[in-house]
Ligand binder design. Structure first.
Ligand code: AMP
Length: 213
């Protein structure tokens, strides 16, 4: 079974590439950000608790995220996109996998310079229904404001406003970047130079997932 983690700062392309790879390989695409946005849209208790953390660019508390994720996660193949984001989350994932006699195959770290991340996030558009990702300049939906995939409303996420973007990058550096060392130590980490075009990055990901790499 294939179990992959996509690690990297917001705006690095994890969501775009996780969706494509999951589709081509028949894997479950698990995006904790998409799950939380769906909970916010539906107005569930979790959504109400998570919303203010998300809008300000902060992380949602570990226990809420871990419970939400483990309820959904199958024992089959998956790509985790946006989880883990803290050391306690990574440790909880390891414990869960170990208890099932499973492990992670690869952790792909998406490397993008910070000025490029800011440019991408502040021009990003997201479908509020299915989470499909567009870009105002380079990849707009065919019809303005309408998702090509599901017909839902495409708009700027509240946390892609410049103030929230700055906070998300700060939170990444403080709480998530230490996971690079954690996964390097376990020998599963591979770096993706993720500042090229979508087809280039896709090819790089495919090459890194070859068994011998
Ligand atoms: P994303 O779509 O991955 O950028 O996530 C959007 C927001 O959801 C983040 O800025 C956090 O507020 C929250 N979030 C998503 N995944 C996690 C996680 N693993 N831990 C804590 N908060 C998360």
């Amino acid at each position: 079974m294939t179990r992959i983690v996509f690690l990297g700062p917001p705006g690095a392309g994890k969501g775009t590439h996780a969706a494509r790879l999951a589709e081509s390989r028949g894997l479950q695409h698990i995006s904790t950000g998409d799950m939380l946005r769906a909970a916010v849209e539906q107005g569930t208790r979790l959504g109400q608790e998570a919303k203010s953390f998300m809008d300000q660019g902060n992380l949602v508390p570990d226990d809420l995220i871990i419970d939400m994720l483990f309820e959904t996660m199958s024992d089959a193949g998956w790509i985790l996109d946006g989880f883990p984001r803290t050391l306690p989350q990574a440790e909880a994932l390891d414990r869960r996998l170990r208890a099932r006699g499973q492990g992670l195959d690869k952790v792909l770290l998406f490397d993008v310079p910070e000025d490029e991340l800011v440019a991408r996030l502040t021009s990003r558009l997201t479908c509020r229904s299915c989470g499909a990702i567009y870009n105002k300049r380079s990849r707009p939906p065919k019809e303005e404001g309408v998702c090509d995939r599901c017909g839902g409303v495409v708009s700027t996420r509240p946390d892609d406003r410049p103030e929230a973007v700055a906070e998300r990058l700060r939170v990444y550096a403080e709480l998530t970047a230490p996971l690079v060392g954690y996964y390097q130590a376990s020998g599963t980490l591979k770096r993706v130079a993720a500042d090229g075009s979508i087809p280039e990055i896709r090819a790089e990901i495919e090459a890194l997932l070859e068994p011998e790499s």
